[in-house]
Design a binder for this molecule. Structure first.
Ligand SMILES: Nc1ncnc2c1ncn2[C@@H]1O[C@H](COP(=O)(O)OP(=O)(O)OP(=O)(O)O)[C@@H](O)[C@H]1O
Length: 282
């Protein structure tokens, strides 16, 4: 499959601040691509540049084969969905009436509203006034709005940041199904577990620059020391470095029946991010 997003030498300055500082990457059609970084890394700025809300300072952007000059056209907008901190709905309308407006705008049948509300676990609140919803409920309706017109490409900026664990799991499953049905997802998150569960590939963004870009599995393999972590029945914890000279040591521990559990070093994305950038993913 081809690339649905291509970014080369991208820069975005706010006055003297380099929010995005020379970034290259591409997103393949059909994948879930995660942009990981702590607060202030430049993740929201990146989504705004890719959706035409901000204008780049320098570099090249192509989304769905189009240059930024096309990002504000109706034809382009019909193909993308956005959930960002700027997303909003009419406060005084009900959930249903809000979504009805978007169905009319995108020529979507009204039957899609119930379908979407089920997907975000909000069907029972459809007659409620938007302003009366909790933050997490609003977030779920905004997600329904972002997806209602079956966009080809979806940009999600921290989609589960306001949600409880039950709803996070529900939304994750919904996003996986959406992706299996062919939608490409560009996901901003600082939640390494979310990235681990959802993303085919992740990029680490730090001070406006990409530090790594790979599948979570490859990153974990590359940053693993491949040491063996052994726990004995006596409660001792041993770390045995990977290497031929230690193979006999491990074999003898196993032979003597002292090994309760053993696993190889398997760093989390958060630990790898810390190793690469010196910063925690918070
Ligand atoms: N409109 C703006 N004017 C000036 N500086 C800005 C503007 N928007 C963002 N910045 C700065 O650019 C940097 C990147 O911000 P951005 O919001 O993209 O980060 P982020 O990774 O999305 O963080 P968060 O997770 O907190 O939203 C920050 O230093 C921020 O203060």
């Amino acid at each position: 499959m081809g690339n649905i997003i291509e970014v080369k030498g991208l820069r975005k300055n706010f006055g003297r601040k380099n929010a995005i500082n020379g970034v290259d990457f591409s997103v393949k059609e059909g994948e879930i691509f995660g942009l990981l970084g702590p607060s202030g890394a430049g993740k929201t700025t990146m989504i705004k540049l890719l959706t035409g809300e901000l204008v780049k300072t320098d570099g090249d952007i192509q989304v769905l084969g189009k240059q930024p000059v096309h990002f504000r056209t109706a034809a382009f907008k019909a193909q993308i969905g956005i959930l960002s901190d700027n997303s909003s709905l009419y406060e005084r309308l009900t959930v249903y009436d809000n979504l009805k407006l978007f169905c009319k705008l995108y020529h979507v049948p009204l039957s899609r509203i119930d379908e979407m509300l089920t997907q975000v676990n909000m069907k029972e609140e459809k007659k409620k006034i938007f302003s009366k919803l909790s933050k997490g409920m609003k977030q779920r309706v905004l997600l329904a709005k972002a997806l209602i017109h079956r966009p080809k490409l979806v940009f999600l900026d921290e989609p589960t940041s306001a949600l409880d664990p039950g709803n996070i799991a529900h939304i994750h499953r919904g996003l996986q199904l959406l992706n299996e049905a062919g939608t490409t997802i560009f996901l901003n998150t600082h939640d390494m577990e979310e990235a681990n569960v959802l993303c085919d590939r992740v990029a680490f963004l730090h001070h406006g620059q990409l530090q790594e870009l790979d599948t979570p599995e490859n990153l974990r393999y590359r940053y693993s020391t491949h040491a063996f972590h052994v726990e004995t029945f006596k409660g001792e914890r041993l770390i045995i470095e990977n290497g031929e000279s230690n193979a006999d040591k491990i074999a003898s521990l196993i032979r003597n029946g002292v090994v309760k559990s053993m696993h190889t070093d398997n760093p989390t994305l958060g630990q790898i991010f810390l190793q690469v950038t010196g910063k925690e993913l918070v």
